[in-house]
Design a protein around this ligand. Structure first.
Ligand SMILES: NC(=O)c1ccc[n+]([C@@H]2O[C@H](COP(=O)([O-])OP(=O)(O)OC[C@H]3O[C@@H](n4cnc5c(N)ncnc54)[C@H](O)[C@@H]3O)[C@@H](O)[C@H]2O)c1
Length: 318
């Protein structure tokens, strides 16, 4: 029988590529998404899926999901904007914590393995400690989130871990670092820094950097992320928590310089809206994913940027 796998947030950026990876591995996906940020057009890359439109906060709707046919749950539905979370913390607690709790309850009731995408933002200030800036921050390092987004994901993680120890549920917690690629929004409000910069450069518009651009990030291409989530879910010997990143960092200023090379855009600095919540270095140590899953990122930054740029220009010409 073909497995039916539920992906909450499956119409979103990472979720849609994860669903494609699942289809490519002969798994039928059930996508549950309220389309608050996801798009139906992201599902065009899929070959075998069922779509349920609705919120993970809608308990009557959740009762209608065919849980008895589902063999695995990938939980990606969440709100993910650090700045917005500082302005609107309550909705992050609702969706990211209460929403996760609703999905965990169903997994407990129907005995379904659960994997959630947490985030590197749970490490927060600890990512800046010297050892973490050299060898990368690893799973055993402490967490110290600096935004309600990071705190809500850490709370959801802790809840999931309590379901593992308290009820014997199968729980996996993935902490991807900054992920980028096609399907990520290019607008300033919802987008990631790479698609925003690429789109501006393609249109010869200026690139704006928050702060002085010395923030360093470890950028993971979305197809590498999808492969990581799939391998993690299907591993028998993985630990509860795993990081995913490349182990290489680039400053936002160097990223901007790389992206503007073939355009007439210039680079400008602007005041940071929330300087107290900026993390200056986020570098991943994914040795544990390598040793337990035999997973490593395959895309170089240049390869990922080229694919992402190609996709953005195709969208513009559509
Ligand atoms: N993009 C990154 O760099 C990154 C890095 C680490 C972790 N993550 C995590 O990965 C997951 C996916 O993030 P993404 O970047 O693809 O963002 P995204 O916004 O594209 O995906 C989230 C999806 O969840 C859906 N959603 C939001 N609230 C919902 C609700 N109440 N009910 C049902 N669906 C809802 C949205 O419509 C969207 O499709 C999130 O959990 C995020 O925290 C993202």
């Amino acid at each position: 029988m073909i497995n039916k796998v539920l992906v909450t947030g499956g119409a979103g950026f990472i979720g849609s590529w994860l669903c494609k990876h699942l289809n490519d591995n002969n798994q039928h996906t059930i996508v549950l998404d309220d389309l608050s940020f996801g798009k139906k057009s992201n599902l065009k890359i899929l070959s075998d899926y069922t779509f349920i439109e609705g919120s993970i906060l809608d308990e009557p709707l959740l009762d209608e999901v065919p849980w008895d046919q589902i063999t695995q749950v990938y939980h990606l539905a969440a709100l993910g904007d650090v700045h917005d979370s500082l302005d609107n913390p309550k909705k992050y607690m609702n969706v990211n914590v209460t929403g996760t709790h609703n999905i965990l309850e169903k997994c407990r009731e129907f005995n379904i393995p659960f994997l959630m995408t947490s985030t590197c933002m749970v490490y927060g200030l600890h990512a800046q400690y010297e050892e973490a800036t050299i060898n990368g921050i690893a799973e055993h390092h402490n967490t110290l989130p600096v935004s309600p987004y990071g705190a809500s994901k850490l709370s959801a993680e802790q809840l999931a871990i309590s379901y593992h120890y308290g009820y014997g549920c199968s729980i996996k917690i993935a902490r991807p670092f900054n992920t980028y690629g096609p399907h990520q929004a290019t607008n300033n409000k919802e987008g990631g820094v790479i698609p925003i910069f690429l789109q501006k450069a393609l249109n010869n518009k200026d690139l704006m950097i928050f702060g002085d651009g010395t923030q360093n990030r470890d950028f993971l291409y979305v197809k590498d992320c999808a492969n990581f989530l799939y391998k993690f879910m299907n591993s028998q010997n993985a630990p509860l928590i795993l990081n995913a990143g490349t182990g290489k960092t680039i400053s936002i200023l160097d990223l901007a310089k790389k992206i503007v090379t073939s355009s007439s855009s210039s680079i400008h600095m602007q005041d940071h809206p929330h300087p107290q919540s900026e993390i200056m270095v986020l570098k991943c140590n994914s040795d544990l994913a390598k040793s337990t899953l035999n997973w490593e990122s395959q895309y170089t930054l240049d390869q990922g940027l080229a694919e992402n740029k190609q996709w953005i220009s195709e969208q513009q010409n559509d």
